[in-house]
Design a protein around this ligand. Structure first.
Ligand code: TXA
Ligand code: MG
Length: 346
């Protein structure tokens, strides 16, 4: 597409307000700005301008039945977005905002239908990244933003990923380096009780359930069940690399030796193999990415790794899964969504 895309480098510790102002003006004028958040990069437009929001769907190639998250920088902005803020939802906001928690609340009549895909609820979040906060504050309006990737590609955790996907399709891309968390926010439906986690993410089930009654959506517990998607995004095969992804779980040393064995077998069938694991072993794969043995580090490197495997034309990616507690739930959810095979226990 033919738009000239400007790249603004903004240091999160020393924010250039002139650049923020220029990006905020583009949002006010109905344009698109890709910006960093603590989870992944977002692609933003004025949430109250339906034509501007329509451009987001067009730039990403996103189906219009998949609603967007509205990003705010001040609690006071909630008044024009939601019918009311129930007391328990307010407690969650006080505890987790700013931060990677998206809350589903009853929408006010003012929120354009294109933002909510016609649902009577709206997703809202107050991000903690200083550049995101400065941009929303300066724009003086709520910013609707999905992740800033082409639909079907892994979410972007660096500006380079955004440029790969969206250069020529958006007015401004802000580059503030790597995203801290690397997987998207937790989507929590607080419009019903008990609360339901529709997407595991940066804020964990374990943390929320210390103070609130909450359950995981049943699709995470029984993935074979025939379930109507409640976060419309659930029904799409997200985060899909071109390569086939195979996730193995188990304990050492069995897990490591299984990956070595599978790599050997699949290579002998002429496949190009990628391995993503915390093990320092030599797998003799075509591309091996070794993460430190921490779920947090795995989360920050997951989407970048998927893109790297595609660049190297890998046919099959073998991944050592993590245990699904804490941030591990978000990691395993993203892996399961990207995998074409069921998770294999070794
Ligand atoms: O961390 C994040 O959440 C990033 C950054 C940019 O904030 N954003 C993000 O947006 O991941 P997106 O559009 O890629 O994912 C939003 C998810 C989708 O699965 C969508 O279906 C769901 O939230 N969602 C949005 N509004 C909803 C609603 N009213 N009810 C249920 N699910 C909703
Ligand atoms: Mg997304």
């Amino acid at each position: 597409m033919g738009i000239k895309t400007k790249i603004f480098k903004i240091n999160r510790n020393k924010i250039d307000l002139k650049l923020i102002k220029s990006a905020a003006e583009l949002i006010q004028a109905g344009g698109l700005v890709a910006f960093p958040t603590e989870t992944v990069y977002g692609l933003g437009a004025n949430a109250f301008n339906p034509e501007a929001v329509a451009q987001i769907f067009k730039a990403k190639g996103r189906p219009t039945d998949n609603p967007l998250i509205v990003h705010i920088s001040e609690f006071s902005q909630l008044a024009e977005l939601v019918e009311k803020v129930p007391a328990d939802a307010k407690m969650l906001m006080d505890k987790y905002w700013p931060g990677p928690l998206t809350l589903i609340l009853k929408a006010s009549k003012r929120v354009p239908k294109i933002v909510t895909a016609g649902l009577d609820t709206v997703a809202v979040r107050l991000p903690s990244h200083p550049v995101a906060m400065a941009l929303i504050h300066e724009a003086g309006l709520p910013i609707a933003a999905p992740s800033a990737n082409l639909s079907g590609k892994p979410s972007p955790t660096t500006a380079k990923h955004v440029i790969e996907d969206l250069a020529g399709r958006v007015g401004i891309i802000i580059d503030s380096g790597k995203a801290d968390i690397g997987v998207e926010s937790t989507v929590l439906d607080v419009s019903r009780h008990p609360f339901v986690i529709l997407r595991p993410g940066g804020i964990t089930l374990e943390s929320i359930s210390k103070s609130f009654k909450v359950r995981l959506h049943k699709s995470f517990i029984d993935s074979s069940a025939d379930i109507v998607p409640e976060a419309p995004g659930m029904k799409y095969r997200h985060y899909a690399p071109k390569a086939k992804l195979m996730v193995l779980t188990g304990t050492q040393p069995k897990l490591e030796s299984s990956i070595i064995q599978l790599t050997k077998e699949l290579k002998s069938q002429g496949k190009r193999i990628g391995v993503l694991s915390p093990f320092p072993a030599d797998f003799h794969a075509n591309l091996t990415i070794t993460t430190k043995n921490s779920k947090h580090e795995f989360a920050t490197r997951l989407f970048d790794s998927l893109r790297k495997f595609d660049e190297k034309q890998i046919d099959i990616i073998l991944v050592a899964g993590v245990n699904a507690r804490g941030i591990g739930a978000a990691v395993m959810n993203r892996l399961e969504k990207a995998a074409v095979y069921k998770v294999i226990k070794v």
